[in-house]
Design a binder for this molecule. Sequence first.
Ligand code: NAP
Ligand code: GCO
Length: 261
Amino acid sequence: MFSLKGKIALITGASYGIGYAIAKGYARAGATVVFNDINRELVDKGLESYRADGIDARGYVCDVTDEKAVYELVATIEREVGVIDILVNNAGIIKRISMCEMSAEDFRRVIDVDLIGPFIMSKAVIPSMIKRGHGKIINICSMMSELGRETVSAYAAAKGGLKMLTRNICSEYGQYNIQCNGIGPGYIATPQTAPLREIQPDGSRHPFDRFIISKTPAARWGTPEDLIGPAVFLASDASNFVNGHILYVDGGILAYIGKQP
Ligand code: NAP
Ligand code: GCO
């Protein structure tokens, strides 16, 4: 029931990082992997990585916030590869700026990519899922779907909204055997969090790095590979009665008050 054989999976923003790891896991589980990224350079870089990993992935350039381009992308994939069975809304950005210093334009851009992008991608694939009688949508949420912190107001608002969009897609389309769930990664070692793990000039670990280690019962940062099993589960028949759920893959952060300093 965990096999993805015969399924076509589209993972957005999957040239590297979490999206790439999930796509690799899907390929290993038997799926045909399709991905998009924001420019040709990233798509080509991604294709090279997939080839090196022995994965025959298809890559397309598409900005998830461009509604016309998204509908063209889905139509092209349906023509060239087949109907999308699994959509992972992974593409995302973060801008770490204190709220009162943040422009409305910057705030809007984060909401655009992290929340409106998944909205557009989901509504572009749902009609064919309804016709097929099944579909899986997995939204990559965040700890910030539940918690706030300084400088991530736009990102937290987007990821909190993405949690509720997940529940609403479940509510509106569950009757068509479409399951829409979220994965809430904890703090994962990818380029997006590299600034939070930079070694300090004196050679010590970044204060935020030490802080996350103290807040995580697993006492380590997650890796993109930690997300593969949960992502395969939510894309497979094993989760056909799981809907509207946010599966936190955070090493226990959300359960833990944190180690006494
Ligand atoms: P990331 O840098 O956020 O990767 C996101 C990918 O999406 C990049 O390839 C990025 O391209 C692409 N992208 C950005 N805007 C796009 C757009 N408008 N259209 C299409 N693609 C776009 O790295 P990540 O850490 O692997 O994050 C992946 C997802 O997990 C994101 O949604 C992130 O919010 C979420 N997440 C990350 C963590 C973590 O600790 N790393 C934890 C929880 C959730 P560019 O390289 O050009 O930006
Ligand atoms: C931050 C981090 C987090 C992670 C992730 C945690 O600045 O706090 O970037 O937001 O990206 O979303 O789940």
